[in-house]
Design a protein around this ligand. Structure first.
Ligand code: NDP
Ligand code: GDR
Length: 343
């Protein structure tokens, strides 16, 4: 039986990847950091099938301990401070987790299990102010946020460990990918949650930032398979994973509101608070290499995915209503959640 250690197991991608690996017959070890209250929402269905190890990407000792305990064949480093907007008010923490955390994880593997295959969650945010379109594995990086800069470090340190220590270390340069498990602060989920609440009369308006930004949005369930495929190859390499289609945030609003028969223009209010100090205007990935070498391709379309997310949020909101909360209580809870997540 093969074994895998995942960091970021409680996040969107970690939960889909754990499910995929369990289905492939892996023994799955999940790193989780201590939290004051449980955060198992994404892994509720599989939490008893995962062997949980306590650790934090900023704490090398805990990572060495986790690798020693699990002795994994494969390590997937998905843990990060992953919200771009938070990386401006928290640049040092973002650097500690999202940049130095990668070195910590590579060191833990190099020291305790050097033969393990290693996957690093690199990001299209590294392209930032894009130097060519579409972006490929050879497009130069020009990050536009502390998060993007941290990911560039994580990417190059992974390449460096591959070249310096002959480790099987891969970086997947993944473009935006979403799902009903997406954190509420990211734009797709913020919109689908907002649509559900507006449709059910719990709120009337949705406050948004830059509607002209363009993203290449895919489905997280498809993208975790690409991570796994990278580690099944003979040779470690880096791959762009994307859909090859780009859409504006405005188009996202049209599709999401349209899914329940609403017009976004009746509800969306532009709020300067949600504009970023430096924006990534256009992302569009060319994943020809992944198609050819890994045999990977996206399966769920943008419209299907947004439809799936709106439907899931509609159910969630209805479920909350079924618990007997008044509309006023729900609206207050939603406002509290948005305040808490900076949305
Ligand atoms: P999420 O924000 O959903 O999950 C992040 C995970 O990292 C959570 O499990 C979180 O744990 C964990 N984490 C945060 N800080 C630490 C820490 N100090 N030590 C250990 N674990 C920590 O992200 P996604 O699932 O969306 O993304 C997974 C990875 O892929 C991230 O590295 C992200 O930057 C990258 N990426 C994501 C893309 C996307 O579109 N989703 C695109 C390209 C790259 P906790 O639950 O305790 O907070
Ligand atoms: P991104 O995702 O920054 O691309 O990073 P996000 O969904 O936060 O933003 C996408 C675009 O939407 C614009 N936008 C808004 N964004 C948010 N969050 N809230 C708003 O109200 C809003 N209005 C407009 C943003 O300006 C931006 O242009 C995600 C994360 O998952 C990273 O971890 C990952 O590396 C990259 O995708 C690829």
């Amino acid at each position: 039986m093969k074994s895998a250690l995942i960091t970021g197991t409680t996040g969107q991608d970690g939960s889909y990847l754990a499910e995929w690996l369990l289905r492939q017959g892996y023994k799955v070890y999940g790193l989780r950091r201590r939290t004051s209250s449980p955060n198992f929402d994404n892994v509720e269905a599989i939490k008893d099938e995962i062997e949980w190890l306590s650790g934090d990407l900023t704490d090398l000792a805990s990572l060495i301990g986790a690798v020693q305990q699990s002795r994994p064949d494969e390590v997937y480093n998905l843990g990060a401070q992953s919200f771009v907007e938070t990386s401006w008010p928290q640049p040092l923490l973002t650097g500690q987790i999202t940049a130095i955390g990668v070195t910590n994880m590579l060191e833990a593997v190099r020291i305790a299990q050097p033969g393990a295959k290693f996957y690093q969650a690199s990001s299209s945010e590294m392209f930032g102010k894009v130097q060519e379109t579409p972006q490929t594995e050879t497009t130069p990086f020009y990050p536009r946020s502390p998060y993007g800069a941290a990911k560039v470090f994580g990417h190059w340190i992974t390449v460096n460990y591959r070249e310096s220590f002959d480790m099987f270390a891969c970086s997947g340069i993944l473009f935006n990918h979403e799902s009903p498990r997406r954190g509420i602060e990211f734009v797709t989920r913020k919109v689908t949650d907002g649509v559900a609440r507006i449709k059910q009369g719990l709120q009337h308006e949705l406050r948004m930032g830059n509607l002209d930004a363009k993203r290449d949005w895919g489905f997280a369930g498809d993208y975790v398979k690409a991570m796994w495929l990278m580690l099944q190859q003979e040779r470690a390499d880096d791959f762009v994973i994307s859909t090859g289609e780009t859409r504006t945030v405005r188009e996202l609003l049209e599709v999401a509101f349209g899914h329940v028969g609403l017009n976004y223009e009746d509800h969306v209010v532009i709020d300067p608070k949600f504009f970023r100090p430096a924006e990534v205007d256009l992302l569009l990935g060319d994943c020809t290499k992944a198609r050819q070498v890994l045999g990977w391709r996206p399966e769920v379309s943008f419209e299907q995915m947004i439809g799936m997310m709106v439907d899931a949020d509609m159910q969630k909101v209805e479920w909350e209503a079924g618990r007997g909360q008044s509309k006023f209580q729900q609206a207050s809870a939603a406002a509290g959640r948005r305040r808490g997540s900076g949305v």
